[in-house]
Structure formats: structure tokens, C-alpha cells
Design a protein around this ligand. Structure first.
Ligand code: AMP
Ligand code: GLY
Length: 432
């Protein structure tokens, strides 16, 4: 098979790293890719949201399958475009209607409500009823959670401690178009107290397979402080996501979601990422994403033992129920090295040292590129993830941390407290 991966992050490098291990693969292309994906296949400089350009590339290179990393091409309708204009090339992802699960928070919340999926109570407001929004805020307790309805590059959720601030943010979002058209509608919802986790499935639209779960670290600072980032690392599996908890996730959240997709006629042949809150042992759905998480992919994909291309083939032809996906029982910990200043302004073009001599971790590049003189330099805020296996969480983390100290570039930063929250949570459960 000839395969094209769309995207340029650590998630896409992890997908590429896994797919090159498949005996079914002939040629792998990544658009646009990064310095890491260049070692798995051929990076191509085409735009993932110019579908005609992608289609022409697929015709010229006899691409049989497109794997979509980020959400934007799915929300724009790449699945539907190929179904109509090049049906021989299968797109692994959601249809445009299915991608509304991520593309519109209001749609997602309505969908959860229709299918009795536990989630935070909410209401949606726009310019027509912004006064009702302010009245609604007054009936809620702090902290207040405000979400832009549309895609806002991961920045569209604002949590406010005071009512005054929440009213200001509501006005900014709706009246001042803080997130452009994405915040024409705003979802205001109840704050859920608990510990978060990310659960992933792959579905062919009817059946599904649950993939390993992961804990993601979103904030830049240790102890989950400071600004939100794309993700500073991940750990898989999540120790508290035991059989009893996962059974609740499956019956209360995953199954009703798939049944809802079928009932509402929303075609779906790809990943679903459930952003969950564990509230005293009960899972609540915070959000859907129509893709793998990043950096979750960097700890989840190494733990999938199956041939991923075989899984994708079954996803595309509706036979997922016929295959088994085995999981590596070891822990995998991914630590993200980022550029100084991220998630604010940062410099690029810093030479990366020592990443090629590492043999006990897997290095997944994110913001890196091959420079003119063939050296590998930083090219983004999140530069690379260091993923390691261990028989327990500590062992996996220790190996990643040892290598995080060895790999170097000017301005390197990483969080040194990954996993501490999980240990504290386990200790807390044991003492109760
Ligand atoms: P999202 O963009 O929907 O992933 O939201 C970003 C982050 O905001 C989530 O990962 C949570 O940490 C937090 N968040 C979103 N909704 C809620 C909520 N209802 N209660 C508590 N935290 C939330
Ligand atoms: N790690 C969270 C995300 O991919 O959105």
C-alpha cells in the first residue's frame, strides 16, 4: 500500500514510525512532516487543506490511504471530498458531519445530551441572547467555564475564577470576536472537579476497538501551573483507569457515542478521542476530538502491538470487528522537550544535539526540520517527545528523563514532575 499521512507533529511521527513497521506498506509520504518523519518516508510539501492538491498528489503517487493527523482537514470535509472525487483512496478519519463532534462544542454537547452521555451541565449563547448568558452565569458557581463553539487552535476554553471576569470574557468572545467566528456562539458549562484522562478508540462507524488510554500534561509549569500548551508529555496506561473504571467509560460514553453516530447517520472511520474527567470514580465527557491526541499518541501508539495498517484497512472496509488489537502491557512515558518561551514567543533554528545516539527511548520529532547544511534544528515550540517503556511508570519515566537531560538544544525546557499527580492520586485512594 501507498500511504499519505497529513500533519507535522509528534503524533504524525509516531504514526509514521508505526506504519513503516507494517509489511503491507510500500511507500509512505508525510505532508508536510518534520525532520523525524523524513526518516520514515518522504516528506512532501503540499497543504493538507487544499484537497485538490492532495488529490492530485494521490493520483500521481497511487496513494491508497490517507491518514489524517490533525482535525482541520476533517472538519473541512476531506473524508467526504475523497469519497466523491477519488473513492479508491480511503481516508482514515471522520466525515464532515462526524467531525462536528470536535468542530462545534454546541453540536457535541447536544449530541451528548441526546444520547444521555454524562457531561457537565451547560447552555449555549450568542449575540441574540447574550443577556441571558449573563443571567445564566449569575446562577452558576465559580469557577466559570466558557468555550468558543468552533475551532480555536486549542485556546477556545477559558476558565474564570470570578463572575466579573466571566462576564467580560463572554462579552469579548461574542461581541469582540475574541476567537473570530469560532466564538460567535459560546458554551457556558459547569466546572467538573476531578482528574483528567484521554481515552481513544478507532471505529469503522459501527464497531470499535478501545486503544490504550493516556494522561496528558497540558500546562507549561510544574504542578499543573501556568499557561496551557499543546501538551508537555503523556503517560500510558493511566493507573486509575482500571477495569471497573474503563467498563463505566465503555458503557456510559463509548457505546452511546457509536450508537449515536449510527442513529444520526454520521459516517465515521477513524479515531475518536474522549477527553474525560474522573469525578470520584465516575467518568464525565469533557470533549470529543476527532483525532489522536498529541502528545498522547507518543505514548499510546508504541503500546499498540497490532499492524496499524491492517487496523486501518479494517477501519476503512468496515471489518474492525474481525480483528484483535493487542496491547503492550508495559508503561510508556513521553516527555516533551520545548523551546524557551513556549507557549509564548520562542526562537527557532537551534541545533539539536545528541538525539541520534539514544537507543533506549524512541524519539518522536515535533517542531524540527532538516536545515540547509543537513543538520537538524528546532522549528517549533514543542520540539520532540522522548518516549520510553518501563515495567512500571517510574521506570518508563526514569529512562525518558535520563535522555531528556542528554538531548540538548539552546533554550531546552521540559517539565520534571510528570506522573507525580498520578502517584498522589493513587496514594490518596489507598488512604481512603
Ligand atoms: P478543551 O479545549 O475542551 O479540551 O478544554 C481544555 C481544558 O479545559 C480541558 O482539558 C480541561 O482541563 C478544562 N476543562 C474544560 N471543560 C471543563 C469543565 N467543564 N470542568 C473542568 N475543566 C474543564
Ligand atoms: N493532548 C491534547 C490534544 O491533543 O488535544
Amino acid at each position: 500500500m501507498n500511504v499519505l499521512i497529513l500533519g507535522s507533529g509528534g503524533r504524525e511521527h509516531a504514526l509514521a514510525w508505526k506504519i513503516v513497521q507494517s509489511p503491507k506498506l510500500k511507500n509512505l509520504f508525510i505532508a508536510p512532516g518534520n525532520a523525524g518523519t523524513a526518516s520514515c518516508g518522504t516528506n512532501v510539501n503540499i497543504s493538507a487543506i487544499n484537497f485538490e492538491e492532495v488529490r492530485n498528489f494521490c493520483i500521481e503517487n497511487q496513494v491508497n490511504m490517507i491518514i489524517v493527523g490533525p482535525e482541520a482537514p476533517l472538519v473541512e470535509g476531506i473524508w467526504d471530498y475523497f469519497k466523491e472525487h477519488l473513492p479508491g483512496c480511503k481516508v482514515i478519519g471522520a466525515s464532515k458531519k462526524g467531525a462536528l463532534l470536535e468542530g462545534s462544542k454546541d453540536f457535541a454537547k447536544e449530541f451528548m445530551k441526546r444520547h444521555n452521555i454524562p457531561t457537565a451541565n451547560y447552555q449555549t449563547f450568542s449575540i441574540e441572547n447574550i443577556e441571558d448568558g449573563i443571567s445564566f452565569l449569575k446562577t452558576q458557581n465559580p469557577p466559570y467555564v466558557l468555550k468558543a463553539d468552533g475551532l480555536a487552535a486549542g485556546k477556545g476554553v477559558i476558565i474564570c475564577d470570578s463572575l466579573e471576569k466571566a462576564v467580560t470574557v463572554l462579552n469579548e468572545m461574542i461581541c469582540d470576536a475574541k476567537f473570530g467566528d469560532a466564538s460567535k456562539k459560546v458554551v457556558i458549562e459547569e466546572f467538573l472537579e476531578g482528574i483528567e484522562l484521554s481515552v481513544f478508540i478507532i471505529t469503522d462507524g459501527h464497531s470499535y476497538k478501545i486503544l490504550p488510554s493516556a494522561k496528558d500534561y497540558k500546562r507549561i509549569g510544574e504542578g499543573d501551573t501556568g499557561l496551557n500548551t499543546g501538551g508537555m508529555g503523556s503517560i500510558s496506561p493511566v493507573p486509575f483507569a482500571n477495569e471497573a473504571f474503563m467498563s463505566k467509560v465503555e458503557h456510559r460514553i463509548i457505546k452511546p457515542t457509536i450508537e449515536g453516530l449510527v442513529k444520526e447517520g454520521l459516517p465515521y472511520q477513524g479515531f475518536i478521542f474522549f477527553g474525560l474527567m474522573n469525578k470520584q470514580g465516575n467518568p464525565f465527557l469533557i470533549e470529543y476530538n476527532v483525532r489522536m491526541g498529541d502528545p498522547e499518541a507518543e505514548s499510546v501508539i508504541p503500546r499498540i502491538k497490532a499492524d496499524l495498517l491492517q487496523v486501518f484497512e479494517a477501519t476503512a472496509n468496515g471489518s474492525l470487528h474481525e480483528i484483535r488489537i493487542e496491547t503492550d502491557q508495559r508503561f510508556c512515558a513521553a516527555i516533551m522537550l520545548v523551546s524557551k518561551g513556549y507557549p509564548g514567543a520562542y526562537e527557532k533554528g537551534k541545533m539539536i544535539y545528541n538525539h541520534e545516539n539514544i537507543d533506549d527511548s524512541i524519539i518522536f520529532h515535533a517542531g524540527s526540520k532538516i536545515d540547509k547544511d543537513n543538520t537538524i534544528v528546532t522549528n517549533g515550540g514543542r520540539v520532540m517527545a522522548i518516549s520510553s517503556f518501563g515495567s512500571d511508570m517510574d521506570e518508563a519515566l526514569n529512562i525518558s528523563y535520563q535522555n531528556a537531560a542528554i538531548i540538548d538544544f539552546e533554550g531546552k525546557y521540559y517539565r520534571k514532575d510528570l506522573g507525580k499527580d498520578l502517584k498522589k492520586y493513587s496514594d490518596h485512594l489507598e488512604s481512603n
